[in-house]
Design a protein. Structure first.
Length: 288
């Protein structure tokens, strides 16, 4: 599943979801959490399931993700029971407090997948582990967590704990937010999964989006979560390697394929080792 541009759409709005599905976003996140009021949660589940089933029938290649409510809420289990039979490609778990949340989610999904006649383990998980200050200190514990596909960094929720704004007037992150963002990248690398950057909050500021996305690419994120279709083109372009980078990656891949027993090679007079091969493979995966 490509994750350059996961686009959120409210789970209770067929119109917005249809627009998102028809867009060039790599995948769609139907949201049952923040964008749905408490009084609308039950109806949102019904609408989300209908959208999933219709999309599977009409466009089976479209990657669909559902953000369920946090495990600590009364809506969590009802969300899982409703959406799992509709077989989304992945679930997004917000406000993840530690690997125990993923272990519990794995057990719940095993039961629901079995009951629905689905392949056990087929539904993957993207989780948001930095939405509270306390959860940031557990970031290094996710290696080997079941079903984990990616970690997403969110700059907005943690600010309530820290008493800061997500961004300074110049668009940069305050020190505490920047630290949590960097820790997410390192934790994702340690767990062997992708890292997704925080959404940019203002669809009317394309320059700000371009600047923040360029920083995300340079820092090592694999994609950036989106809140509006107008943000897709900028993010897809930024996270697609240019031709020169692709050629380099292909040459590195081919060099190691021709010398499978070698840990170190030379190309254009420069040393290459296995980390270069992993980087090349990631570049080629991003290039599609």
């Amino acid at each position: 599943m490509k994750l350059r541009s996961p686009l959120f759409a409210p789970g209770d709005s067929e119109r917005k979801a249809s627009k998102a599905i028809a867009s060039a976003a790599d995948c769609i996140i139907l949201d049952l959490e923040d964008s749905v009021a408490a009084s609308a949660k039950e109806g949102a589940r019904v609408i989300t399931v209908a959208i999933l089933r219709e999309t599977t029938a009409k466009n089976p290649g479209r990657d669909m993700i559902v953000r369920v409510n946090p495990r600590t809420t009364t809506w969590y289990l009802a969300d899982l029971a409703a959406v799992v039979p509709a077989a989304p490609r992945a679930l997004m778990l917000p406000k993840c407090t530690g690997p125990e949340d993923l272990v519990a989610l794995d057990h719940h999904l095993e039961v629901l997948e079995t009951a629905a006649g689905l392949k056990v383990g087929g539904i993957k998980v993207i989780m948001l582990p930095t939405e509270t200050a306390a959860s940031v200190f557990r970031l290094g514990r996710y290696a080997g967590a079941p079903r984990l596909l990616a970690m997403g960094f969110g700059a907005e929720d943690i600010c309530a704990d820290l008493g800061v704004q997500p961004r300074k007037p110049d668009g940069s992150f305050p020190a505490s937010i920047a630290w949590a963002r960097g820790a997410t990248l390192v934790a994702a690398g340690a767990a062997g999964v992708l890292a997704l950057d925080t959404p940019f909050p203002d669809p009317r500021d394309p320059a700000g989006l371009a600047r923040e996305t360029a920083n995300a690419v340079a820092d090592g994120f694999a994609g950036k979560m989106l809140i509006h279709p107008d943000q897709i083109a900028t993010v897809n372009a930024a996270f697609t390697p240019d031709a020169e980078r692709i050629v380099w990656a292909e040459r590195v891949r081919d060099a190691f394929a021709a010398n499978p027993g070698s840990g170190v090679l030379s190309m254009d007079g420069k040393m290459l080792d296995r980390p270069h091969l992993r980087l090349a493979e990631r570049i080629l995966a991003m290039a599609g």
